[in-house]
Design a binder for this molecule. Sequence first.
Ligand code: HEC
Ligand code: HEC
Length: 173
Amino acid sequence: MGIVTKLDLPCVAMTGIMKVVMVGIVLLLGACGGAKSTTGSTGKVGAIEAMGITPPDSPWEEMSVADKEFYMIGKVNPIMKELFTAHDAEEFSEFDCVDCHGEEMREIDFKMPAPSMYVVPPEGTPGHRGMMSTFPETVKFMKETITPAMGKLLGVENFTCAGCHPTGAKTKG
Ligand code: HEC
Ligand code: HEC
């Protein structure tokens, strides 16, 4: 409930949204009548440069689901898209919410980790060693870039793979 996608988001809905989110939406939509771009008219400014890999204004856990969604749309998604496409432009040219939240994202109200995501096996298991040999480059990128960036964007300490991937371990009933 109350979940909208960026395509459903009308320009009028921008009134009152945090400035940082406005910048993100302006970046996403390019041109949106009436919205003032703070980035000027001199070419494109990347999301990371415009907003920084920084935490939200208020603690993530205290934000409403609607505010979390705006933060995702305006900041997390564009910054993550920039990181993923810098790693592999072709593979992630269509990067969007669905890459983290899974095809079932609306049905499960964007709960994370999405059950359809790749399962990261617990460390020390044969499965984990298998992952390391099958996806060495991806795991390095996940460990060194994506996991710390997500932690910073949420302002959450000790963010782990399990924040986005099921781990195979039974964490919830
Ligand atoms: C890079 C991965 C990533 C991308 C891309 C992403 N999200 Fe998220 N999103 C997360 C994570 C991780 C959480 C959960 C954070 C937490 O509370 O631990 C989350 C949480 C949310 C929540 C809050 C769910 C709740 O009930 O607490 C909403 C809503 C949401 N995302 C919507 C979106 C939308 C819409 C998009 C696309 C515009 C998007 N997300 C893109 C990783 C992502
Ligand atoms: C912020 C969310 C997020 C975090 C944290 C994260 N990942 Fe990922 N991971 C993704 C996304 C998004 C993909 C790409 C999924 C796709 O192809 O659509 C991915 C892909 C992968 C893949 C490739 C799977 C495949 O089938 O191609 C592996 C392996 C992986 N992650 C391992 C890890 C490990 C290990 C960690 C912790 C060190 C980790 N990830 C942390 C979001 C995350």
